[in-house]
Design a protein around this ligand. Structure first.
Ligand code: GCB
Length: 605
């Protein structure tokens, strides 16, 4: 059980959630003197910066963009007098990658892991009907004992620099919304939901975890606000007659109202939108409400101009509109759990999400995308520090599943991206992570991880853990690109024949395939990097997908161009986007639209 509730902050009859988004004071701490100079009581200077946002792309100095180390935020927060007697918390949607929180100079929380929420309890510290000072020390250094993995080096000029083992820019800061919340001391802490369909009716199994012993009542309201079912007690079953199911790209949301009561008085009330649907893997099929589904969509990033990885509500809206336009039905939250508002939107729009924990870079490489395909062995899971990494990984799995388990859009857990799997020492590590996910999710959603190029049927020691086998493959890009694409196809088919021969009786999906393409480049006949080549690459790849019945989904890499570390492999970022970073289509978008709109939902059923 986590120390704090992961429930999304909401206003209800008993709860208050006040947004602290806006300008915060900000400063870097290059010499790491913050604590010794008492910055917890107030940070130096007058610099201000927006929250939520990554700090990197606002400034014009390269030293700031590339900064690695501690940096501090500060905000004055008014706590209303009428909140006295309640539990007062500051809730961070994310602080990348680790944070220490001080309220009025007193340390109230410490959190490691940059893509999941945490709460700083300030109940015994705050002054009521007065201003209070919230100070946060954040650190963005990369290590091999926390996810995502990488190194932090010191340059000859004395400055630190992050060297990610992964292919996205190490954006950091308070990248998601911050809330000040007041909730009753006896309150709803967590909810577990599970579904069973019975003809046109449905059963909703619920468990409410509270912090006290008072009785619990629940109500299920339909989309019009009419009561569809009710229950008594912390655990029960709601019988829903003629249930409206949550369907792919045709969502229906009920609202679950949970109340802790004392006779007629409401001690606490929490509301949650839910969707009635089941998820199952049977033989080589992925079933939603018992019906086979073929996934079409993307690996994405939270990434945009200026805000970096900061939650960008306008970009989120645009992305969903583009995904609808192109005929997608799903995406993977590569390579970290996204902002909660994105799942709320997917719930509403009926998109399927493969939810990924930030376990990326579990392979020692400074050019992940290249070295991983060379067959290099790094014995990543044999380090002395592996137990520390595993602990952090398991905690992130717990936080992710606790945060996201009640979203109908979440249909699978991705527990690693492109780890080293060719070594026996990976096996116990994988077992611990996969077992933990199974234990935490009462819906027992399928688990998966994305296999790197060299995790082939003959070499991978870990694919057996996956309920859905997910492949990241770049035949025709990193392997035999351009005029050699016919060789790439032969190699690709050979690998797929190898998987087929194993007869795993599991669904396979592609969680990555793609080719870097500059929106500015056209060339007839094609060359690599031109829009023409991206089209040819897709034609070949899709033909291979269409030849194997057990392939049940395709999520192209990437939805949009995104920022990475600079280097000879990247032209101011990764350009495998179907859309540009500004969310305009490359030529290939029209090809995908044509294909995805013509594929039936139950393709290859
Ligand atoms: C991968 C990684 C992804 C990279 C991609 C690429 O396999 O999972 O993070 O961005 O390849 O474009 O090389």
């Amino acid at each position: 059980m986590l120390e704090y509730s992961m429930l999304y902050p909401r206003n209800t009859v008993s709860r208050r959630a006040v947004s602290l988004d806006g300008m915060w004071k900000f400063c870097l701490d290059e010499k790491a003197v913050g604590e010794s100079e008492n910055w917890q009581n107030g940070i130096p200077g007058q610099e201000v910066i927006p929250v939520p946002a990554s700090f990197q792309d606002f400034y014009t100095e390269k030293d700031i963009r590339e900064y690695a180390g501690d940096f501090w935020y500060e905000k004055e927060v008014f706590v209303p007098g009428e909140w006295e007697g309640q539990q007062i918390q500051v809730r961070f949607g994310a602080a990348t990658h680790r944070a220490v929180v001080y309220v009025n100079g007193i340390q109230t929380a410490e959190h490691e892991g940059g893509f999941l929420p945490f709460c700083a309890d300030a109940t015994d510290i705050v002054r009521y009907n007065a201003w209070n000072k919230v100070v946060v020390k954040v650190n963005n250094e990369l290590t091999v004992t926390n996810i995502p993995c990488g190194q932090t080096i010191t340059l000859p000029n004395g400055k630190k620099m992050c060297k990610p083992y992964f292919d996205f820019f190490n954006y950091s800061g308070l990248q998601r919304s911050v809330y000040l919340t007041a909730i009753p001391k006896e309150s709803v802490f967590d909810l577990d939901l599970n579904y069973e369909l019975d003809g046109s009716n449905a059963k909703v199994y619920y468990t409410v975890h509270t912090t006290g012993e008072s009785p619990v009542v629940v109500e299920l309201l339909d989309a019009d606000g009419t009561k569809a079912a009710e229950g008594n007690g912390k655990e029960g079953v709601l019988e829903v007659a003629d249930a409206h199911l949550w369907k792919v790209r045709n969502a229906y949301l009920y609202t679950l109202v949970v109340r802790i009561v004392d006779d007629a008085d409401i001690i606490d009330e929490y509301t949650q939108e839910i969707g009635i649907r089941t998820v199952e893997v049977k033989d080589t099929s992925i079933l939603i409400n018992g019906e086979p589904v073929y996934l079409r969509g993307f690996g994405k990033h939270e990434d945009s101009d200026i805000l970096g990885r900061g939650f960008n509500i306008g970009m989120m809206k645009r992305d969903f509109e583009l995904m609808k336009w192109i005929g997608a039905n799903s995406f993977r939250t590569s390579h970290y759990p996204y902002s909660e508002e994105i799942y709320q939107m997917a719930d509403r729009e009926g998109f399927l999400i493969i939810d990924e924990v930030p376990a990326v870079g579990l392979f020692e490489s400074l050019m992940n995308f290249m070295e991983a395909s060379t067959g290099k062995q790094t014995a990543f899971f044999e380090k002395e520090t592996t137990p520390i990494l595993l602990k952090a990984h398991l905690k992130a799995v717990e936080e992710m599943i606790t945060r996201d388990k009640n979203h109908p859009c979440v249909i699978a857990w991705s527990l690693l991206n492109e780890p080293e799997t060719t070594n026996d020492s990976a096996v116990p590590y994988f077992k611990a992570v996969f077992d933990r996910a199974h234990e935490l999710d009462i819906q027992k959603r399928p688990r998966t991880f994305a296999l790197v190029m060299n995790s082939t049927p003959d070499k991978c020691k870990c694919y057996q853990f996956s309920d859905i086998v997910a492949l990241n493959r770049y035949y025709g890009w990193y392997v035999c690109g351009g005029n050699e694409i016919c060789t790439a196809e032969v190699m690709f088919r050979k690998e797929m024949d190898g998987w087929k021969a194993l007869n795993l009786n599991k669904p396979f999906i592609f969680t990555e395939y793609g080719a870097d393409t500059l929106a500015s480049e056209h060339k007839l006949p094609s060359v690599m990097w031109s829009q023409e080549y991206q089209n040819e690459y897709l034609d070949m790849t899709h033909e291979v997908f269409d030849s194997y019945d057990f392939i049940k989904g395709e999520q192209i890499w990437n939805f949009a161009d995104f920022q990475t570390t600079e280097g000879i492999m990247r032209v101011n970022g990764n350009k495998k986007g179907v859309f540009t970073r500004q969310r305009q289509p490359k030529d290939v978008a029209y090809k995908l639209k044509q294909r995805w709109e013509s594929l039936p939902l139950d393709y290859k059923k």
